[in-house]
Design a protein around this ligand. Sequence first.
Ligand SMILES: NC(=O)c1ccc[n+]([C@@H]2O[C@H](COP(=O)([O-])OP(=O)(O)OC[C@H]3O[C@@H](n4cnc5c(N)ncnc54)[C@H](O)[C@@H]3O)[C@@H](O)[C@H]2O)c1
Length: 333
Amino acid sequence: MPLSGNPLRVAVIGAGIIGRAHAQRLSSGTSDAVLVAVADAHAETARAEAARWGVTADPLDVLLARDDIDAVIVAVPSGLHAQLTVAALDAGKHVLLEKPIEVTVEAADKILDAEKRSGKVLSVASQRRFAAENQFVFRAIRDGHLGKVTSATVEVPLWRSQEYYDSGSWRGTWALDGGGALMNQGVHLVDLALWLLGEVDEVYAHAGLLAHERIEVEDTVTITARLRDGVLLTFLATTAAYDGVPIRYAVFGNGGCVVVEDERLTRFDSSSGPAPAFDGAPVDQPMAQLDDFVTAVKTGGRPLVTSAQARAAVAFIEAVYRSARTGTPVRPR
Ligand SMILES: NC(=O)c1ccc[n+]([C@@H]2O[C@H](COP(=O)([O-])OP(=O)(O)OC[C@H]3O[C@@H](n4cnc5c(N)ncnc54)[C@H](O)[C@@H]3O)[C@@H](O)[C@H]2O)c1
């Protein structure tokens, strides 16, 4: 629903695959935000994208100094998120930042510090939280329909070709991708699991590079974790599983269970009576997250995905990598 006042004036920083999707969304006329400028380290890339939407292509310092820009979407390689997000917050811009928040907890903390001193709204992309089935599961757990949650399992069996990793020099590097199947692709389900189940006490993991070459990071990882209130979790993330196998998660409790497969609720059982109402109509998830961000800016409210929660996902992943390296259980920072 459009809010009162003028549309939020937004610039996109980083006009690659996902930055271009943001630019298109902002230009679609279906949100209470508009695209006003584009920046990219490659001036020609910025110019081409800006020309497509009839907006300006600005060098970063010029863009951040403009007082007719309210917010920026940061869509650069993950290991550059802190550098650009801190600059944007310090320049007084609200920020919608692509996932993961950064590639280390240390870098994420620089973003949280800048957010605090700026007083601006910061949210981090995790669009799956907005899907109808995931909203349903969140409410079902919160309202006690599963009883006491005891365990959960998550599978992210993806396929990424060698050409995918070769397509950008930052892909598959520790410095800029921050990890492989878990940090880049699996982070969506890490965020979902922590949002649904709560904080993590300890993780134990194995990781391998099993089906790709010329990358530094894992393409397969298995994890067991214990959460703060005792829930036990298993998690698989891989980009070496050919091809098209659905992402699946299940949450089990002593009074019910829920299974989500391929973005569909495939099972819901509860001993507490009939299922709560579920409207499974598909949601445009990135648009829903953009709307949530714009609403938070315009109302001074809190976005659904907070920086602290995005930091927790990276703390979990960092602990997983440390456990896989050391062969010992690790507590996330
Ligand atoms: N939410 C999602 O589902 C989703 C999907 C894909 C990617 N992502 C995230 O989006 C980010 C970008 O991924 P991508 O696939 O679009 O990458 P990409 O390589 O296609 O695009 C990155 C762009 O950033 C530009 N860039 C690099 N350094 C810059 C700088 N210092 N200043 C300005 N521009 C700079 C590059 O020139 C390039 O155009 C990553 O953090 C990735 O994890 C999120």
